[in-house]
Write a protein that binds this ligand. Structure first.
Ligand code: UDP
Ligand code: MG
Length: 186
């Protein structure tokens, strides 16, 4: 089954799956980060992402976080990691590239730990593998039990949400008197 919209978890997962190469470009203001990033982009095909620029663009977009970002920046404070990381993830995914120079981020330990937490791709993939194995070993026999009794209605869940729901509707439609007797396994 799919999900209604791309949650930040989905975005993080699809990003982690790509195993992107991420280089943090760190250094004091005026140290020439931007200039060298431009050179690296030209010569090595990286995509340059400035966390500060992404935050300014988000502030100017009139989003609900706009005022908060403005206030934090005016005070020279660090915007909550969640906000900055979401912008970085989105930009990384939209770029289509798999090599990034992230400039001006992470700015503190919390930034760093939060960014690393989204990159635990192996954990996620491994967990999904384990869950699928448990499904095959333990849950499939339950479906087989009901199938043998003619109580299973199967649906192809690889299609779009709308198409899958069309099939669900058929099963639950009052015309199908059998729905009272059976259970549907999606
Ligand atoms: N900022 C932030 N988190 C980041 C990057 C920037 O909160 O990951 C905010 C912070 O308030 C900072 C301001 O954006 O003072 C400007 O950052 P930028 O990197 O653009 O400044 P630079 O160091 O390049 O002058
Ligand atoms: Mg800068």
């Amino acid at each position: 089954m799919g999900t209604a919209d791309a949650s930040s978890k989905d975005v993080a997962f699809s990003l982690a799956e790509k195993k992107p190469k991420v280089v943090f470009v760190l250094g004091g203001p005026g140290s020439g980060k931007g200039t060298q990033c431009a050179n690296i982009v030209q010569h090595f095909g990286y995509t340059h992402l400035s966390a500060g620029d992404l935050l300014r663009a988000e502030r100017d977009s009139g989003s609900e976080n706009g005022n908060m970002i403005q206030n934090m920046m005016n005070e020279g404070k660090i915007v909550p990691s969640e906000v900055t990381i979401k912008l970085l993830e989105k930009a990384m995914l939209e770029s289509g590239n798999d090599k990034f120079l992230i400039d001006g981020f992470p700015r503190n330990e919390e930034n760093r730990a939060a960014f690393e937490a989204i990159g635990r791709d192996d954990d996620n993939i491994e967990t999904i593998r384990k869950r699928f194995q448990v499904f095959l070993e333990s849950s499939l026999p339950v479906i087989e039990y009901y199938k043998a009794k003619g109580k299973v209605r199967e649906i192809d869940a690889t299609k779009s949400i709308e198409e899958v729901f069309e099939a669900v509707k058929v099963i639950f439609s009052p015309k199908d008197e059998e729905v009272k007797k059976c259970c549907a396994i999606l």
